[in-house]
Design a protein around this ligand. Structure first.
Ligand code: G6P
Length: 363
């Protein structure tokens, strides 16, 4: 096992560091740079022309990627919703033959997700699986499959598969919208160029990250809060999930605007707040973060250099400039590193957290 980790102490750090490569692999051949178009040759032209609405089903980290994809799809003009697969049997919205149900699952073997997929099929929906594992049950059972090509992920806490899922879902969302609505959106070319630049940006972020220092200064806190708006919201949820999975400390993610509707009661000088800025109504998120800061909470702004939040916050985790559709994914890499270093300082068994399994095959 040690050999597989190479120079790294843990698979998790290795896998975080692999993200430039895993994302490049995911994107390989899927963008037609010469024409500024989505290739996604995995699907015939017009495959999604009849899709009226999309339901995503997933669990855990994959649910956060699904929520990300669902928000991108809504922005692109296609009705969509992300549902927890384990709730689907009791709360599935109606489907018809113009509904596409997309199961998002790294392993393709999560029992809850397979059950939701089977239920959707029985109800008459078209189905698609977005997974890392070719030949997995979900890939075989759905009408179609899209592979994220992240390579094997050994650490129980998902890292590189989340970024590959989110990027593939961003691409898929644009492809569904283009098939369904005709003309691609005006800003598609810029988005595709930014997607292609992501591996390089993450490389730079990893080289320059100050996450270890932040973990060092705050790893004896009581609770950790993560806030974000729009596409920053699923990233806040994922930041908190990663943190609790591997540090065993209490962490919660909130929509920035929800902080004042309850969670603010928990805020003290012992509860650092990580605020994610994606370029979507950042001024409101900054105001929300400052409300926590007024109550004594240290605020860590995750945003580009030169952003107004840098001066207002107590600490800064820098992300390269990009478009709002992708900024949260850069922020997520910084948050993965903070969780990793905090867990390392607390001497937790990072790759195999207690009570958790890489893939849960019971409902
Ligand atoms: C388990 C893992 C999580 C993962 C979830 C869904 O709970 O510990 O890291 O996000 O299953 O797994 P999947 O393979 O469906 O993405």
């Amino acid at each position: 096992e040690q050999a597989g980790k190479g120079e790294y102490d843990h698979f998790m750090l290795k896998e975080i560091t692999e993200q430039p490569t895993s994302l490049a692999q995911a994107l390989e051949g899927r963008i037609d740079s010469a024409n500024g178009r989505i290739a996604l040759a995995d699907f015939e032209p017009g495959t999604f022309a009849d899709v009226d609405s999309v339901q995503f089903v997933a669990c855990g980290t994959s649910y956060h990627a699904a929520l990300y994809g669902s928000l991108v799809l809504n922005q692109a003009g296609i009705r969509s919703t992300a549902l927890l697969a384990n709730e689907y049997s009791v709360s599935a919205p109606p489907v018809d033959d113009d509904t596409l149900v997309i199961a998002v699952s790294q392993s393709g073997e999560t029992a809850d997700t397979l059950a939701a997929l089977r239920q959707a099929t029985a109800a008459g929906a078209d189905t698609l699986t977005v997974t890392n594992v070719v030949g997995s049950t979900a890939a075989r059972e759905a009408d179609d499959a899209l592979f994220i090509r992240a390579g094997p992920e050994i650490g129980v806490a998902a890292t590189k598969t989340f970024s590959s899922q989110a990027v593939m879902l961003t691409l898929l969302a644009q492809r569904i919208a283009a098939d369904r609505l005709g003309d691609p959106p005006a800003d598609l070319e810029a988005l595709l160029a930014e997607l292609e630049a992501m591996p390089g940006r993450i490389e730079r972020l990893l080289d320059e990250s100050t996450a270890r220092g932040i973990a060092d200064r705050y790893s004896d806190s009581e609770s950790y809060f993560f806030i974000g708006r729009g596409l920053g919201f699923p990233v806040a949820l994922e930041g908190a999930l990663k943190f609790k999975e591997i540090t065993y400390e209490h962490a919660e993610g909130f929509a920035s605007g929800e902080l004042k509707h309850g969670p603010l009661a928990l805020v003290t000088p012992e509860t650092p707040v990580f605020a994610i800025f994606t370029g979507q109504e950042d001024e409101k998120t900054l105001k929300n973060a400052e409300e926590a800061q007024t109550r004594g909470a240290p605020v860590i702004a995750v945003c580009p250099d030169g952003h107004p939040a840098v001066d207002a916050a107590d600490e800064h985790l820098a992300i390269p400039e990009t478009v709002p559709d992708l900024a949260g994914l850069l922020a997520n890499v910084q948050l993965q590193l903070v969780s990793y270093y905090a867990a390392d300082l607390l001497d937790r068994p990072i790759d195999k957290p207690r009570n958790l399994a890489k893939s849960v095959t019971v409902e």
